[in-house]
Design a protein. Sequence first.
Length: 236
Amino acid sequence: MFLLRLALAATLGVSALRAQTATIGYNSVSNPLAPTVAIFTGASLDANTAFIVPFRVNTLGDYSLTSVSLLLAGNANLAHFSLSVSATLPADLTPPTALTTFATTGTLGSTETAYSFTSGATATLTANTTYYFRVAYTGTDTANWIKTGSSAFTGSGSTPSLTFIDSAFAANTLLTYRSVASGAFSNDYGNLGAFSITASAVSAIPEPSTYAALAGGLTLAAALYVRRRQNRSTCS
């Protein structure tokens, strides 16, 4: 019974660790066609502009990014999207050194749809540290980044201070972001095209050494159990 309880506790512990994830961005990106959500173009993506969103993940320890989702429409090749995360804030179209990039395949449809892009690297990011999510499109076809909600796509009238986002939020949420072009940038404020970023705690998946230690502990428990049974048999 003791051995069974130990094995069960270990299994539940590993399962709980695996569940440590966090998502930031617009909640509505996962349900873009809900009747209560008005949908219209937030930004037209082209090779002359990129958008950068500062973000933090505060609910995990060290973590990696697993995927991002964008709400898109058009006829563009999804392979032409350039999505990345960096530790520095770019001032023009030259991408900074990326900690991770995201990619997918296929072609956009005319109907607004949430498309998921998978991370191509397993770089470890640090909690409570600001990173920068960059969205750009390098193709020539139509690529519309769709926003959700009824708020107009407006700037603030002045250059705002960029503020990181650190949680999931509803449609119509306004946030600060940076628009960059060749040799220029501006900090803007508005309802940016809908997106979400999913992170997973690095510590959530035990290292091989952890599994080895767990196996060793179970082996020791089994040996102690057998010895206890033998001692009972000898005494009787």
